[in-house]
Structures are given as structure tokens and as C-alpha cells.
Design a protein around this ligand. Structure first.
Ligand code: PGA
Ligand code: ZN
Length: 401
């Protein structure tokens, strides 16, 4: 039985405040989790409130309904109480940031009571055999860095790695190889919000460099590495002119040209993964691209689906994609995230569990990815708040959580 829920403001990786929750149980169980935060957020995401307000609202409306009432191990009950306490569809009262922090902290407290690792509490005793392949952000721009690539993320995908440890180190090696190649070209570079290099180069140059970096590391490690993209196209879409604006390249593409461009990129670079290649309101264009690409790559909806089963169901109806990005804070609870994964799986869609650009050292998503047996986890390549998840995957594989 939950006996206390404590909420506080802590720092995230961008230096912004975010919500951290502690859940304590009668039998001495303890769980702590923190909400991440997006920069290129989808229009239809659950609402993140300023942390101070979200904490005050959750203390007033949600905490009294949980304490002495709910069992931390009963995730559906905890999350249903959070929803009822909020009373809106989008967590605009207590904030999705308070909701997700409490939801994840309750899960950890539930696991603690059981004495089981979190992935096992969430996924069952037979989980922990399969590991997701980490998608590592090695070059990026968009909303995550000024004056860098238009495409938000270039993601290394070590698809042939024999184990998660080798996969994690392969992505770090690609990240390092990109740095060397940039230096050879005399291009200075800092890093963006997710730790990817954020040089002032156009997308075409980024493709050349990432392609070469991947090949170099592939030769070194001896297994297949491919790469993918998060285009985050909603951020470059201009609804008035109905065009995608590639500002650093000075190119403007209408929807048909965008579909052709992405399909050509999949072909030319053998991309394994393309997230949000089109605007978040354009299900039809998504469907057209998914049809053209014909399962050569995962076409993934992030801003399109926002981890929301209603939006996913709409997408499934028209064949808008073949995979969904899962971000618990986009929807507010672990229950909602699980429901989205279940609906995806039942309809032949893959799920990819993901971090946000603003993160903390919280590693819940590593456990979520193992618990749900997803093929990929997107959680960066380097940087403490990213390696928190990657290192947790290594620990889970080593049975050391
Ligand atoms: P965000 O970006 O966390 O800033 O929304 C990540 C993504 O678009 O996948
Ligand atoms: Zn995205």
C-alpha cells in the first residue's frame, strides 16, 4: 500500500526544472522517477505544466487519492487513479510531467516490494532474454541545435550486434568517427541537446559523413551497422505554403517531393529507420510513403501518434506507418504506453521506446524496452543522461540491476 508520494523539482539535462517523484509503500518499498521533457514536441501530446504548478496540482488532486488507497504494484490501478484525479484527456490539470513521474515511481516501488528488477515486474518473469538495439543520435540539428542540419537526428543502428553491450559501444564508436571525419574536413562542432554532433553543415554533407563513419566502424567491429533518421518534419512544415522548408540547404519541397526525397534516401543509404518523415497531421502522405517504401525501412510515427492509442488506431486504419515511437511522457502513464505497444503489436506495427531531448539520469525506459520486447530503443549515444539508459541495458543483460 502506498503510504507517501513526495514530489520535487530537480534539474534536467538542459538545465530546466522537471518533476521528480518518490513513492513509498507500507512494506518499505521505494521508487523514484523523473519526467523527461521534449523540445520538438508533437501538437497532440499530453500537457506538460510548469513543474512548480504541476507539483502543486498533483499534491492537491492526485496524492490524497493514492496514499492509503492504492498498491504500488498494481500499475493499472495507480494509473487509473492518476487519470481520474486529473479528469482531463490530456493531463492538463496535474500535468503529464507529474503524472508520468508518479506512474514510473510507483512501478519502481512495486518492483522493489517484489524484490524483482523493474523490467521483470513490468514484463513478466520470462523477459530479459531479448534486448533492444539502441538507436544512437550521432549528428543532429532541427530543434535540438541552432545552425546545424535540418533533419533533426541521424541515428546509428548496429543491427548486427551480437549483444547489447557491443551495440552500445558501436554507437559510441560511430559518434567518435563522425567527430574525426568532421575534424578532417575542418568543420568545428559542438553538441546538441541529445549529445549528437551539431555542426553547421547541410543534410547532404551529414549523410556523407554518417555513411562513412558507419562503414569505418562496421569494418572495425565486424557486424552490420546501418543508420536511420528522425526527420521531425512537423517542425519544418509550413502549413500555409504546404511545403517542407530545409532552411540550411535553402530547399523547399512540397508533399509529393518530400515523399520522393525520403523514399530515395531509404534507397540510397539503405536506411533502416525513418521517424516523422512528414507532417504530424498528414496521415495520407504517411500512408503513401509507407506504401512506396514497402517495409524496406521502419516508417515511425512520433509526433504523428504521440503514444496515443486513438491516433495510432487512426493510423492503422489508413496504413500511415509500420511502427510507433513510445514516449511515456507524451501520454502520461505507463499503462497508456503499454496499451499503445499492445495495439501496435496486435496490428503488426513495431514499437520503439524513446528518450526525450530533455532528460534526467532516470533509466526507466531501459526497463520498459526490455519488458515490452521492442526491437529498438532510441536513447542517444553519449552524455550522462543518455548513458544512464545505455549502461542500465548493459546491467540488465549482466543480470546486475
Ligand atoms: P523531443 O525530440 O524530445 O525534443 O521531442 C525527440 C524526438 O523528436 O524524437
Ligand atoms: Zn521524433
Amino acid at each position: 500500500l502506498i503510504t507517501d508520494v513526495r514530489l520535487r523539482r530537480i534539474l534536467d539535462s538542459r538545465g530546466n526544472p522537471t518533476v521528480e517523484a518518490d513513492v513509498v509503500t507500507e512494506s518499505g518499498g521505494f521508487g523514484r522517477a523523473a519526467a523527461p521533457s521534449g523540445a520538438s514536441t508533437g501538437e497532440y501530446e499530453a500537457i506538460e505544466r510548469p513543474p512548480g504548478e504541476a507539483i502543486a496540482a498533483a499534491r492537491e488532486h492526485a496524492v490524497p487519492r493514492l496514499v492509503g488507497e492504492a498498491y504500488a504494484g498494481n500499475q493499472r490501478e495507480v494509473d487509473a487513479i492518476l487519470r481520474a484525479a486529473d479528469g482531463t484527456n490530456d493531463f492538463s490539470k496535474i500535468g503529464a510531467n507529474s503524472a508520468v513521474a508518479i506512474s514510473m515511481a510507483a512501478a519502481k516501488a512495486g518492483a522493489d516490494v517484489l524484490g524483482a528488477p523493474l523490467f521483470q515486474h513490468l514484463g513478466g518473469t520470462f523477459r530479459g532474454e531479448n534486448f533492444p538495439i539502441p538507436l544512437g543520435n550521432v549528428v543532429g540539428g532541427g530543434e535540438h541545435a541552432a545552425d546545424a542540419t535540418d533533419i533533426q537526428e541521424f541515428l546509428a543502428a548496429p543491427v548486427g550486434a551480437p549483444n547489447v553491450e557491443d551495440a552500445v559501444f558501436a554507437n559510441a564508436a560511430v559518434h567518435a568517427a563522425v567527430s574525426d571525419l568532421l575534424a578532417e574536413r575542418g568543420v568545428p562542432s559542438g553538441k546538441g541537446d541529445e549529445g549528437a554532433w551539431a555542426p553547421s553543415i547541410d543534410d547532404e554533407t551529414a549523410f556523407e559523413i554518417v555513411d562513412e563513419a558507419v562503414s569505418l566502424v562496421e569494418d572495425e567491429v565486424g557486424f552490420e551497422i546501418r543508420f536511420g533518421l528522425d526527420v521531425a518534419a512537423a517542425e519544418m512544415y509550413d502549413a500555409d505554403s504546404e511545403t517542407y522548408e530545409y532552411e540550411s540547404a535553402g530547399i523547399s519541397r512540397d508533399t509529393d517531393e518530400q515523399i520522393d526525397y525520403i523514399a530515395d534516401l531509404v534507397d540510397e543509404y539503405d536506411l533502416v529507420y525513418v521517424e516523422d518523415p512528414l507532417d504530424e497531421n498528414d496521415y495520407d502522405a504517411f500512408a503513401e510513403l509507407t506504401d512506396v517504401v514497402d517495409s524496406a525501412a521502419l516508417i515511425c510515427g512520433d509526433d504523428l501518434f504521440v503514444t496515443n492509442t486513438d491516433r495510432l488506431a487512426e493510423g492503422i486504419d489508413v496504413g500511415a506507418a509500420n511502427s510507433i515511437l513510445i514516449k511515456p511522457n507524451q501520454i502520461g502513464t505507463l499503462t497508456d504506453a503499454f496499451d499503445a505497444i499492445e495495439l501496435a503489436t496486435a496490428n503488426g506495427y513495431e514499437s520503439i521506446v524513446s528518450h526525450r531531448s530533455g532528460e534526467t539520469e532516470d533509466a526507466t525506459i531501459a526497463h520498459l524496452a526490455v519488458a515490452t520486447d521492442v526491437p529498438f530503443i532510441k536513447t542517444g549515444a553519449v552524455g550522462g543522461e543518455r548513458t544512464a539508459k545505455l549502461n542500465e541495458l548493459i546491467r540488465i543483460a549482466d543480470d546486475a540491476t
